[in-house]
Every structure is written in structure tokens, then in C-alpha cells.
Design a protein around this ligand. Structure first.
Ligand code: HEC
Ligand code: HEC
Length: 350
């Protein structure tokens, strides 16, 4: 994780310097030209292209991955599928479940979305790894996710379910069920979870994809330094930053990346979260401490930069963030016939 530490230090210094220059200026009331906004972003935010980047929904390995993603058999007491927490029809997360589990003291960290993970440099709130495949292997046995006791138990469980043999056979040309293949299939399925948004259309040349207010919000997002941390195709997921650079984060129970690295410089360092679909993924922050997006924008700006945004600025930035809400790939995420419907609020995490 050496590179993550480097990024942490560099950006924090640059940001604090930049913050001094922008304190106090209020929202510009004129509507910027589309081309001006495009020029700000096009270097940093590679748009998701129109051509379908997702694999076909019926590719054998994707079919297997989808079956696994929706299967409650992948939890010790068969109560929890990946989809129960990362509900694909709700932008890959599950606010009700997160809030209920938080209130019961059962879920320490908020459930992040599983859409648009392909371009992230860091995974999970604490930035524990750098690749989706590695994280997926962890999710199967992590106590706060699928909680299977170990890799062998995953294989054993699937071997006991007859319908999996043929699915593995068509995905891998022979019917051996191995942990690596389970992870490969889940990863292949997740790589296809992509949501193109109006902001992508805008960057690719459609001036009408953003409203006048969203254009103003886009300029503010850059002027208020949000884009210094929330950068890259997923508008985040590229670096660690201390949560509470200027104003300490109120809840210091979870120390973030420090828990992985044990490096004191990493206390309260969290991954800058990706913001695609953020309007749909409440609650916010690693400790789900905000239920409203507007409040989240207000709090993070104050805590990271010591800066108050006025009512109009908050409104415009919130509108801009909604231009990152993409279309769900409805065919791709259709639950397989064998899946039971999600039990958003009635399940438990023990
Ligand atoms: C009990 C709820 C729960 C279940 C079940 C669950 N997850 Fe998660 N998932 C979480 C939480 C909470 C996190 C964040 C953990 C952290 O950062 O410490 C997470 C993080 C992730 C991430 C990282 C996302 C990102 O933005 O970096 C991926 C990928 C993921 N889970 C995939 C899966 C897969 C695949 C399964 C099924 C095998 C699964 N999860 C099952 C709750 C769950
Ligand atoms: C210094 C880096 C930095 C800057 C600047 C920054 N953020 Fe963030 N942002 C973060 C970090 C780190 C988090 C995660 C905090 C946590 O939960 O631990 C975050 C979280 C968020 C969230 C919550 C996302 C979620 O899924 O929970 C939103 C929304 C957000 N930021 C918007 C903004 C906006 C808008 C701006 C500009 C006004 C901004 N941020 C500026 C680092 C930054």
C-alpha cells in the first residue's frame, strides 16, 4: 500500500493550499457554456463509451456469476446472498438494510455499490486492495459480508447443489467446482455492472444531456475542489484521504486504512468513494452518518476543507451529482429463476 500513502500526502497538501484561494466566493449565477465545462472534465473523467462495454447477459461465465450472486446458499445459514446487501435493482446497495443493521449494531460499515467497479484503484471503504477479483474472494469469507467460514466450505456448499455442475461445465468446459472458478465467475458478472449516465453523454458531445443548473453545479464541483479527490471515471475510488482533514470526523471508532496498514499516518484514512449513482445510494459515509445527500455534501466540505457551501451551491452540486445517475442494465441484472426475492429489511447479519 505504499502508493496509496504517497497519493494521500500529495493531494492533501495540494488541497489545503488550493482551499485557501477559494474560501468565501459564492455561486456564480451565469450559466457556463457546455464546451467550457467539457474542457474542465474531459482530461480527468474518461466517459463510459456508448458501445456496450458489458459482456452479453447470457455468456456462460456471466450466467454462472449471476446465479452465484443471487444465491443465499453462499452464506452459512443460507439467509444472505450478495444481492441481499448489494441489491442490483437498487443501484447495488441496500439503504434500508444498512440502516437497520447499523441500528442493531450488526453492520459497522455502509454497503458500497457494486456498479462501475472496473476502474477503481482501491476497494472497500478502507482501500484494502487494488482489484475486483481479490476483493470478491474476500467478500465470500469476510465476517461482515457473506461470512462463509473458509474457501473449502464455499466449494463444498456448491457441490451439494446439483444445478451448479452444468453451469460450471458450460462456463469452464469441465464441471470441476473450485474456489478460483467461483471467484472468476462472480468477477466476470460484476465487471458487466456498468451504468452509463447523462454526464457520459455530455462528455461525449451531447450539450443537452445536462440542464443549465447541472452545468453550474459541474463548474462548482471543480471550483470547490471536489474533483481533486473525486476523480477518475467513477468520480472517486482512486486515492485514500483522511476523513476530517480540517474538522475531525465526529465518529472515531473506525480508523479506516490504519486497521490494515497499522501505519499511524493512516488513522482515519478512507478511500475517497466513487460518486456514480450517489443520488440513489443513501445512506452516506463509511459510518452511514448521513441519510441525505445534501447534508453529506455540506458535511464533507466542512470536514475536508473547512468550507461552508451556501444553499444555492449545495443545491447546484446536488443537481450535478444527479447527472451521474445511470440507467440500470435491466436485462443483465434480471434475477435467475432459482433466486428468491430480496428480503431487504427482514434479514439478519449474524
Ligand atoms: C451482509 C451484507 C453483505 C453481503 C452479504 C455481501 N457484501 Fe459486499 N460489501 C458489504 C460491505 C459492508 C462492504 C464494505 C466493507 C468494507 O469496506 O469494509 C462490501 C464491499 C463489497 C465490494 C467492494 C465495493 C467497492 O466499492 O469497493 C465488493 C466488490 C463486494 N462487496 C462484493 C460482494 C460479493 C460478490 C458478495 C457475495 C459473494 C458480497 N459482496 C456480499 C456488505 C455485504
Ligand atoms: C480531501 C478530499 C476530498 C474532497 C476535497 C472532497 N471529498 Fe467527498 N469524500 C472524501 C472522503 C474521504 C469521503 C469518505 C468519507 C467517509 O465516509 O469516511 C468522501 C465522501 C463524500 C460523499 C459521500 C459518498 C458516499 O457514498 O457515502 C459525497 C456525496 C462527497 N464526498 C461529495 C463531495 C463534494 C460534493 C465535494 C466538494 C464540495 C467533496 N466531496 C470534496 C474526500 C473528499
Amino acid at each position: 500500500m505504499k502508493f496509496a500513502l504517497n497519493i494521500l500526502c500529495k493531494t492533501t497538501a495540494a488541497l489545503l493550499a488550493a482551499t485557501l484561494g477559494v474560501q468565501g466566493s459564492s455561486a456564480d449565477t451565469s450559466t457556463p457554456k457546455a464546451e467550457t465545462v467539457r474542457r474542465i472534465y474531459i482530461e480527468f473523467f474518461k466517459p463510459i463509451p456508448k458501445s456496450d462495454v458489458a459482456p452479453k447477459p447470457d455468456t456462460p461465465i456471466v450466467k454462472l456469476g449471476r446465479a452465484l450472486f443471487f444465491d443465499r446458499a453462499l452464506s452459512p445459514d443460507r439467509t444472505r446472498s450478495c444481492n441481499d446487501c448489494h441489491d442490483l435493482s437498487r443501484y447495488g446497495t441496500n439503504g434500508d438494510f444498512a440502516i437497520k443493521a447499523r441500528d442493531e449494531g450488526k453492520l459497522r460499515r455502509d454497503v458500497p455499490s457494486v456498479y462501475n467497479l472496473g476502474t477503481l484503484k482501491l476497494m472497500g471503504w478502507a482501500g484494502v486492495g487494488t482489484d475486483l477479483r481479490g476483493y470478491t474472494a474476500t467478500a465470500l469469507t469476510s465476517a461482515s459480508e457473506s461470512a462463509m467460514p473458509d474457501r473449502d466450505s464455499v466449494v463444498k456448499r456448491l457441490k451439494s447443489i446439483p444445478r451448479y455442475r452444468p453451469l460450471f461445465a458450460s462456463a469452464f468446459n469441465d464441471d470441476a467446482i473450485t474456489f478460483n472458478r467461483v471467484v472468476d465467475a462472480l468477477t466476470a458478472f460484476q465487471r458487466g455492472l456498468v451504468t452509463r449516465a447523462p454526464f457520459d453523454d455530455f462528455l461525449l458531445g451531447n450539450d443537452k444531456a445536462l440542464s443549465a443548473a447541472q452545468l453550474r453545479g459541474a463548474v462548482l464541483f471543480d471550483r470547490r475542489n471536489c474533483s481533486a479527490c473525486h476523480t477518475g471515471t467513477a468520480i472517486g475510488g482512486q486515492m485514500l484521504q483522511k476523513a476530517g482533514i480540517v474538522r475531525p470526523w465526529p465518529n472515531q471508532k473506525d480508523l479506516g486504512h490504519f486497521e490494515v496498514s497499522k501505519n499511524p499516518a493512516h488513522k482515519m484514512a478512507f478511500r475517497v468513494p466513487p460518486l456514480r449513482n450517489v443520488a440513489k445510494t443513501a445512506p452516506y459515509f463509511h459510518d452511514h452518518s448521513s441519510r441525505s445527500l445534501r447534508r453529506a455534501i455540506r458535511d464533507i466540505t466542512l470536514r475536508e476543507q473547512g468550507m461552508y457551501l451556501d444553499f444555492d451551491e449545495l443545491r447546484l452540486i446536488e443537481l450535478f451529482l444527479d447527472s451521474l445517475t445511470g440507467r440500470l442494465p435491466t436485462d443483465y441484472i434480471k434475477p435467475p429463476a432459482t433466486a428468491s426475492p430480496p428480503t431487504s429489511t427482514s434479514q439478519s447479519t449474524d
